[in-house]
Design a protein around this ligand. Structure first.
Ligand code: ARG
Length: 459
């Protein structure tokens, strides 16, 4: 088909340039948003008397029909078109003739594409937030059953101090709550309407930018026409928010991979969420979590693509910016895919409380509590710390743990010890004693869980 802008040119576009230039392969997914934007623009043009009432009505009605026809499959999107904006306009003109040609009055593809991506991402953000809410619900469900499931808390992947599975999973729930709020913030900043900015310098027509903004559910129009068409910071922000979600998912996945290993065996995945090996019959692999971990790199790459694409661009629109879509679409698709797969995987996973408890019994995760016991009896912390270190070394020598070390061994190191030490190093007591706000004591975690539920409701 002849180009809309063919008038100025003496030659047809080289077919290689045509293909290179075209974005329809990836921007066709915005057809519904593009059509909504155009409907609002046409309604505004009619309301302001820039086009006739009758033309406005015809355009709005036919655009709606085109949307239905695309959705039902009756109208196939022409993959040789330059982009989705051109395709819709060409189809409208095919159907309405001269009336269709009036739609693009007081508008440019530059403000059009800027409004389309904003609307598209606004919907995607709602979807990602709903998936985050489900994930937080699944984590909360497992946590509620495991407020007394003692496990070692780790630093440097070395057993450190006692926590519970509930406390551990609530840590992730907190991250995902912040992730949701980051998306809310980004979405709020994004929700201003660039329509009316035109190509870059507004328009001489007496348009009503407040009207189009309101019709499309924006909080108002953007304040500067150059800025409206030339920044993609909202894409960068959402890609960054998505990347952080992916980093959180990847860390959780890494832990599940470890926990599924024979070395840990803290959890077992449901057969429906694990995979086998083509050669090793005994294998049950946590592929889902490994893929999530892998796809995190992909989201980070998408974010980097957007930042690198923008960094040297002069104002206003530059064609480089067409590259925004594949990156931000991939980031959004990736996080949705990961969230919707990992949530049911977690919800169906079996927890091996006994193995967690067994791991907690080894590794001297009550050593700090032993030192604290001496401190409560009046010893300075550094002395108590040193004495406990000697006791741990003695235990290792004897193949014992602090809970079983005879009292005379304790007394040899420090005469302050009495039989009360056994209460102090009892794992459940160590856990229950950590009652500080945000700590792992079951009563604290129950409160945290309640709070998580309330915050998740507000997502
Ligand atoms: N397909 C283009 C994009 O995605 C639409 C805007 C084109 N504007 C232009 N002046 N060529 O950015």
């Amino acid at each position: 088909m002849a180009k809309m802008w063919a008038g100025r040119f003496g030659k047809e576009t080289d077919s290689r340039v045509n293909d290179f230039n075209s974005s329809i392969r990836f921007d066709s997914r915005m057809y519904a948003h593009d059509i909504e934007g155009s409907k609002a623009h046409a309604a505004m043009l009619a309301a302001k008397g820039i086009i006739s009432e009758a033309d406005g009505k015809a355009i709005v009605g036919e655009l709606e029909q085109i949307k239905k026809d695309i959705r039902s499959g009756k109208l196939e999107i022409d993959m040789t078109a330059e982009d989705i904006h051109m395709f819709v306009e060409q189809e409208l003109t095919k159907r309405l003739g001269d009336v269709g040609k009036r739609l693009h009055t007081a508008r440019s593809r530059n403000d059009q594409v800027a409004v389309d991506i904003r609307m598209y991402l606004r919907d995607e953000v709602v979807c990602i937030k709903a998936l985050l809410k489900e994930l937080i619900g699944a984590l909360g469900g497992i946590a509620a059953d495991n407020v007394e499931t003692v496990m070692p808390g780790y630093t440097h992947l070395q057993r450190a101090q006692p926590v519970t599975l509930a406390h551990h999973l609530c840590a992730y729930a907190e991250m995902f709550l912040r992730d949701a709020s980051r998306l809310t913030d980004a979405s709020k900043r994004m929700n201003l309407c660039p329509l009316g900015a035109g190509a870059l310098a507004g328009t001489t027509y007496d348009i009503d930018r407040d009207m189009t903004a309101e019709l499309l559910g924006f909080d108002g129009p953007t304040a500067n026409s150059l800025d409206s068409v030339s920044d993609r910071d909202f894409c960068m922000e959402i890609a960054a928010a998505v990347s952080i979600i992916m980093v959180h998912l990847s860390r959780l996945s890494e832990e599940i991979v470890l926990w599924c290993s024979w070395e840990f065996k803290f959890v077992e995945l449901d057969d429906a969420y694990a995979t086998g090996s083509s050669i090793m019959p005994q294998k049950k692999n946590p592929d889902v979590t490994e893929l999530v971990r892998g796809k995190c790199g992909r989201a980070l790459g998408d974010m980097t693509t957007l930042f690198a694409m923008m960094k040297n661009l002069p104002l206003a629109y530059n064609k480089d910016m067409q590259e925004d879509k594949e990156a931000i679409f991939d980031a959004v698709d990736t996080v949705k895919l990961c969230l919707s797969t990992i949530t049911p995987m977690l919800a169906t996973m079996t927890v091996n409380k006994e193995n967690m408890a067994a791991a907690a019994r080894k590794g001297f995760i009550n050593a700090t509590d032993c030192a604290d016991y001496l401190v409560k009896k009046g010893l300075p912390f550094r002395d108590a710390y040193k004495a406990t270190g000697v006791l741990v070394a003695r235990c290792i020598e004897l193949g014992a743990v602090l809970e079983e070390l005879p009292l005379e061994e304790y007394k040899k190191v420090c005469p302050t010890f009495d039989s009360g030490v056994y209460e102090a190093v009892n794992l459940l007591n160590c856990l229950k004693g950590r009652r500080t706000y945000g700590g792992p004591a079951p009563e604290q975690v129950k409160k945290e869980l309640e709070n998580i539920k309330i915050l998740a409701e507000k997502i």
